[in-house]
Design a protein around this ligand. Structure first.
Ligand code: ATP
Ligand code: MG
Length: 244
């Protein structure tokens, strides 16, 4: 992907406050087609608010918001409904949008293999592992998106071994399906592993403290952990977050 790739998401000087609390001060960011962009920032700085503005759940107080495509949004703690099967959970957004159940299931079925859920179509969430539930949530988001995925802490609720596997899996799926992703995470190493670009936000009221291109091993992200570029960017992020 190059700088000439189509812009899918763009925020320019976006501001937001709730009553007298200023949350977003001046946020500008861009996501291009096929990019994986990550937003890192302190807890409570306004990251989920940013996602809510991109999806139109909240209105910005100022600045420009541009979305070129259809967004699928996986909210922080996006849970599967325990009384519905895996298939019924993943086709729920399509059903709500008016697609018949059988048609929605036919559309969804081929993706169960890619999302490593094959054979679990009729299982209930309690019969699935944490990693599988997370992949089912991602599949639901993917199926409801046209071409842009917004992921708010997608791997926040799983243990570190499962998390590592999910990260490696996402690298594969992202390549296979050519996904455009804007992701929020608290995990610095996750950001460096997965991203093409990283935005580091300041404390609330949040502004963009740093924009870091992660250009190394772009076609071989699975080996990033063992590359010096990994530590260089990790150090830069830690310095950014420590700054006043
Ligand atoms: N609808 C709302 N009404 C009033 N205040 C809100 C609302 N939504 C968020 N806030 C406040 O805005 C600030 C930012 O919240 P937000 O959830 O965006 O942070 P965050 O960066 O996603 O945090 P975390 O990393 O903990 O998920 C917080 O102080 C929160 O209390
Ligand atoms: Mg949040």
């Amino acid at each position: 992907m190059t700088d000439t790739a189509k812009i899918k998401l763009e925020l320019k000087n976006v501001r937001k406050q709730f009553k007298d609390v200023r949350v977003l001060d001046d946020i500008s960011l861009t996501v291009r087609e096929g990019e994986h962009v990550t937003v890192l920032g302190p807890s409570g700085c306004g990251k989920s608010t940013l996602m809510n503005i991109l999806t139109g759940v909240l209105a910005a107080d100022g600045g420009e918001v541009q979305v070129n495509g259809k967004i699928g949004y996986m909210q922080q703690k996006d849970l599967l409904l325990p009384w519905k099967t895996c298939m019924d959970n993943v086709i729920l957004p399509a059903q709500i949008a008016g697609t018949k159940k059988e048609a929605a299931a036919e559309q969804a079925r081929p993706y169960f293999k890619i999302f490593r859920l094959e054979g679990y179509e009729d299982s209930y969430p309690k019969e699935m592992s944490g990693g599988m539930r997370q992949r089912a949530s991602l599949l639901r988001t993917f199926l409801s998106s046209g071409d842009i995925l917004l992921l708010d802490e997608p791997f926040g609720a799983v243990d570190s071994i499962t998390r590592g596997k999910l990260q490696q899996w996402l690298i594969d799926v992202s390549g296979t399906l050519g996904l455009t992703i804007l992701m929020i995470t608290h995990d610095i190493e996750e950001a460096v592993l997965l991203s093409d670009r990283i935005y580091v936000l300041s404390d609330k009221p949040a502004s963009v403290r740093d924009e870091i291109p992660a250009d190394f091993l772009r076609e071989d992200k699975k080996n990033r952990l063992f590359h010096t570029g990994f530590l260089e960017i990790k150090k830069r992020i830690l310095t950014d977050l420590a700054g006043e």
